[in-house]
Design a binder for this molecule. Structure first.
Ligand SMILES: [Zn+2]
Length: 236
């Protein structure tokens, strides 16, 4: 193993060894028990620390994986709702075990959810402003958005890299794809968020406050690039 650390995994809650064969720890540093990766462990730690009552909450997770912290939330939280976006399926209905939802136009009623969760989803959406507006609308006062998405150090202004328009996809940069749990084709990256991201969030969700936690902790297995977890709380 090229990199190895001992600690306690916040996803599976076990004493563990994290190991990586690659220098790219973000996707390579796995818990030996649950195979979780750093951003999942960072998210799990923030969830437990900042939202300790999550097991009793109404939780929506957008684009969950079928493993790691998504599987744990589904198992331990009775009010958990996992959603995927399936083109052609009526939003709000269940398809392949998931509720069909578009984060830009949610079917949840106003102020009915306690938590919106997603890991590495926002860099793939067409209109993040609509997503934040919809998450703000559907959260109860005091409710939170908890998520990860890559924010680029040294990039002052957020960059749009692609746009889904009526005439197809328009590219503004070299196309970049990430893995997608429900599609082998992968997900197109539409945004590289920069250091203006927190200000953009406030503009898109003005009733919220924004916090960002950046762990750097071998014991939690949170090392490598893009470790930020965002906590956006609806104040009023
Ligand atoms: Zn684990």
């Amino acid at each position: 193993m090229k990199h190895s650390f001992t600690g306690r995994c916040p996803v599976c809650d076990r004493a563990t060894v994290y190991g990586s064969q690659s220098d790219w720890l973000r996707d390579g540093l796995l818990c030996q028990h649950c195979q979780s990766i750093p951003r999942e462990r960072a998210f799990a730690w923030v969830l437990e620390t900042m939202c300790p009552g999550w097991r009793g909450m109404t939780v929506h997770e957008c684009s969950p994986a079928d493993r790691s912290i998504s599987a744990r939330m589904q198992r331990d939280c009775a009010g958990y709702i996992g959603s995927q976006f399936f083109p052609g399926v009526t939003p709000g209905t269940i398809h392949n075990g998931y509720r069909c939802e578009n984060l830009e136009a949610l079917t949840f009623a106003d102020e009915t959810l306690d938590l919106h969760c997603h890991l590495d989803v926002l860099e793939h959406v067409n209109d993040p402003g609509k997503c934040f507006g919809e998450m703000q609308r559907t959260l109860r006062v005091g409710g939170r958005m908890l998520f990860t998405t890559p924010v680029y150090d040294g990039k002052a202004a957020t960059e749009r890299r692609a746009h889904y328009g009526p005439d197809g996809i328009q590219y503004f940069a070299e196309p970049e794809y990430h893995g997608n749990p429900i599609s082998d084709a992968g997900s197109l990256v539409t945004f590289h968020y920069g250091s203006d991201f927190a200000d953009l969030i406030l503009a898109w969700a003005p009733r919220c406050s924004v916090n960002m936690i950046t762990l750097n902790d071998p014991y939690l297995g949170v090392l490598g690039s893009f470790r930020e977890v965002f906590i956006v709380t609806k104040r009023s």
